[in-house]
Design a binder for this molecule. Structure first.
Ligand code: C2E
Ligand code: CA
Ligand code: CA
Ligand code: CA
Length: 268
């Protein structure tokens, strides 16, 4: 049994190493591809559903290797991300996307937008606003035509640089979009939950922030549509209780109704 165990460790180790070697090879090939001009962008139209008019395009990275194999972004982007090559590739993508949009639709403020994916690593680079500004300058594309797609998770507990970058990009007049929005809700579909407990940070902000009110309203209506209960946490004031009730939230807990106590009792 002992020998078998050791054997398994070795197999695992070899596989890990092979995996690491493969990634290194891909990273090196990708670096070559970038300098040889083997990377290109594909553009997918984004339309207004009512009349199907094209309001813009999303730029998606493609890699045509000479062998004729076209690697999928899902394979090579994680490798680029790991090796920090994504920063260089991302800068190229931004520049290329701005130039192609300006070439196709001119420099009119109201022309169709170009949507570009930003990797978490790019967002962490202090010079990102400068890279974006350069791409706009050299292409003549108005900032309002450029939309950058960010992943939701990179903004949660975002480092200072990422936050500063987001502010600077807004300052430039570039539009921002949250990519893959709603993936966080998938647990509502995948898990057999009976209730959602609304975080008290939303409850605390109810009185002062219309944005938080809208989020709570959306959670309550989502829960109700799915037939699950919404329970608001951290309710401390009558105002919050009244507002939650008005929003259709059926249940709550918090100091207003009772602090945690030593006994189970139905007395408030
Ligand atoms: P895709 O072109 O294969 O790209 C896959 C993912 O790679 C993208 O997902 C994005 O996360 C990443 N990616 C692509 N280009 C770049 C880039 O320049 N920079 C960075 N940092 N990441 C990049 P995303 O953003 O959700 O893109 C939508 C995906 O859905 C694309 O896949 C697109 O080709 C695909 N798609 C579009 N329409 C359909 C459809 O009707 N059906 C299916 N099954 N897929 C579709
Ligand atoms: Ca995207
Ligand atoms: Ca997406
Ligand atoms: Ca809790």
């Amino acid at each position: 049994a002992k020998a078998e165990g050791r054997g398994r460790v070795e197999v695992f180790d070899t596989r890990l190493r092979r995996h690491a070697r493969e990634r290194l090879r891909t990273a090196a090939a990708l670096e070559r591809a970038l300098s040889l001009g083997e990377l290109r962008l594909a553009f997918q139209p984004i339309v207004a559903l009512a009349d199907r008019s094209v309001i813009g395009h999303e730029a998606l990275l493609r890699w045509d290797s000479p062998g004729g194999v076209m690697s999928a972004p899902a394979d090579f982007i994680p490798v680029a991300e790991e090796s920090a090559l994504i920063v260089e590739i991302g800068a190229w993508t931004l520049l290329q996307a701005c130039h192609e949009s300006a070439a196709a639709f001119g420099q009119d403020e109201d022309g169709p937008a170009i949507w570009v994916n930003l990797s978490p690593r790019q967002l962490a680079q202090p010079d990102l606003p400068a890279v974006v500004a350069d791409a706009l300058d050299s292409s003549g594309l108005p900032a309002s035509r450029l939309r950058l797609e960010l992943q939701e998770r990179v903004l949660q507990g975002a480092p200072k640089t990422a936050r500063a970058n987001v502010a600077a990009l807004r300052e430039l007049g570039v539009g921002l979009a949250l990519d893959d929005f709603g993936t966080g809700y998938s647990s509502l579909r995948d898990l057999p939950v009976r209730a959602v407990k609304i975080d008290r940070s939303f409850v605390a902000a109810l009185e002062s922030s219309p944005g938080d009110t809208a989020i709570v309203a959306a959670i309550v209506s989502l829960a109700s549509a799915l037939g699950i209960h919404a329970i608001a946490e951290g309710v401390e004031t009558e105002e919050q209780a009244a507002q939650l009730l008005a929003l259709g939230c059926p249940f709550a807990q918090g100091y207003l109704f009772g602090a945690p106590g030593p006994r189970i009792t139905s007395d408030p």
